[in-house]
Ligand binder design. Structure first.
Ligand code: AMP
Length: 445
């Protein structure tokens, strides 16, 4: 979860960052922020709320300079404080820095305890603050070396952008769990962003993905960025980016997310065919996979569930009571299309089972005869510790129940999931992926 963006050597860096964050709003809606450097100081605006609510003309008057970093924060239960908004900034021996981070550190608590013992004072619950403390306390002379020392002390998933008064650093962990791409702006500057959909909005040209374990350094006065391979790459991009997180028009590691999702739908049709009158997606998350399923099976596709776009994602409200209500506010099935029909319903994933149960109930309430629920992902059996907000084992329905039990719980006539093998094949590479939610292989310990 979360989106990061960095802008280098562009006239209106803050505005470009703003549009990029707007394009990546789906990656986090709780809080947003931008820091800019004008070469002599760093300024920051950050607040809870959506991109369009937080930044106004006054904010842009403050956010001057040709360099910027920005962040959209995804909500996790219980951390609603503005102190948990990013960028995280600090003044230290060498000046000011500002950091944005997408990912999750697995040794956060050890590092934090050690830093506190050594006298550090923390302002937030964010693991990003660990990184800034480690940089500030390093004895190295150059910022670049301080960053490297800090990174050597942390373990986990991170796509990071660090802004100083004269430089910007873009870094991806050696596994490349979270995406990060480099683009060229129309005015000759550079953009680094979590997803390429941000490039499309600001007219940037895709250059390449930042490599796992790589640090790209942008320096004032030097046009071309420098690359340093800090850690040996062991690529394992998160499969969930393709399943659910990323916007369909983004290209991650050379693969268009929409096309990957269609292949998942096709694979689902091959693995688990059902006789039905219609294929219908759960909008928006199941649309591409449902199209793939319909093409492969020959069963007609209908957008028979209408989504109200003015309600946030179901996950935003952490309490169970609100989640149930939100599903109903969000999705509405059309009786005239559905009554008396047998339908294949496609969604991207089952986490707690709340959404699926509601959908089946809604469909039956408008007279659907049979609901064959098909999920374009394998069962989620393990919590992700590398940056996706999956709940604990107790709450993950597939961690505690067989597929038959889940089917019974959600009230469907049949339930199928995509196999892990078909998922990998649909993404379409021989390379390895982060599949922890499905196989429990916690490769960063
Ligand atoms: P649930 O109702 O708990 O089973 O949630 C399942 C739905 O939440 C799926 O249909 C997805 O569209 C969506 N979803 C899956 N993973 C996440 C996530 N990490 N954050 C927010 N929404 C998610």
């Amino acid at each position: 979860m979360c989106a990061v963006v960095g802008i280098f050597d562009s006239k209106e860096a803050a505005k470009v960052a703003y549009y990029a964050l707007f394009a990546m709003q789906h990656r986090g809606q709780e809080a947003t922020g931008i820091s800019t450097s004008n070469g002599s100081s760093i300024k920051t605006v950050k607040r809870r709320g959506l991109v369009t609510d937080v930044f106004d003309e006054e904010a842009f008057k403050l956010l001057q300079g040709a360099m910027a970093v920005g962040h959209n924060r995804y909500s996790t239960a219980g951390s609603a404080s503005v102190l948990d908004a990013q960028p995280v900034t600090a003044s230290y021996q060498l000046g000011e820095i500002s950091i944005v981070h997408n990912g999750n550190l697995v040794n956060k608590n050890e590092v934090r305890s050690r830093l506190i013992e050594e006298g550090a004072i923390f302002q937030s619950s964010m693991d990003t603050e660990n990184i800034i403390h480690l940089i500030a306390r390093s004895q190295q002379e150059r910022l670049q070396d301080r960053i490297v020392e800090a990174l050597e002390a942390i373990k986990g998933a991170y796509s990071l952008l660090i802004l100083s008064r004269h430089k910007m650093f873009a870094i991806r962990d050696r596994y490349g769990v979270r995406p990060l791409s480099l683009g060229k702006l129309p005015d000759g500057g550079y953009i680094v962003a979590s997803e390429t959909c941000a490039f499309d909005l600001v007219g940037a040209e895709f250059v390449r993905d930042i490599r796992p374990g790589e640090m790209v350094i942008f320096e004032e006065g030097k046009k071309a960025p420098r690359s340093v391979q800090l850690f040996e790459p062991d690529p394992r991009i998160c499969a969930f980016e393709y399943i659910y997180f990323a916007r369909p028009d983004s290209i991650i590691e050379g693969k268009n997310v929409y096309q990957v999702r269609q292949r998942m739908g096709r694979a689902l049709a091959k693995e688990s065919a059902s006789k039905a009158d219609l294929v219908i997606p759960v909008p928006d998350s199941g649309v591409a996979a449902a199209l793939g399923y319909a093409k492969e099976s020959g069963i007609p596709f209908e957008m028979a569930i209408v989504r109200n776009h003015y309600v946030g994602r179901t996950f935003i409200e952490p309490t169970q009571k609100m989640r149930d209500l939100k599903v109903k506010l969000k999705l509405s099935p059309m009786r005239s299309v559905l009554e008396g029909k047998s339908v294949v319903v496609i969604d991207d994933s089952i986490v707690r089972g709340t959404t699926s149960k509601q959908i089946v109930r809604l469909l039956k309430s408008v007279g659907v005869k049979e609901v064959h629920l098909k999920i374009a992902a394998p069962p989620i059996k393990h919590p992700c510790r590398y940056g996706i907000d999956t709940p604990s084992y107790e709450e993950l329905i597939s961690a505690n129940h067989t597929e038959e039990e889940v089917c019974e719980y959600v009230g469907a006539d049949s339930l199928s999931f995509l196999s892990i093998e078909a998922l990998i094949e649909s993404i379409g590479d021989k390379q390895r992926y982060s599949l922890v939610s499905f196989d429990g292989n916690y490769f960063i310990q």
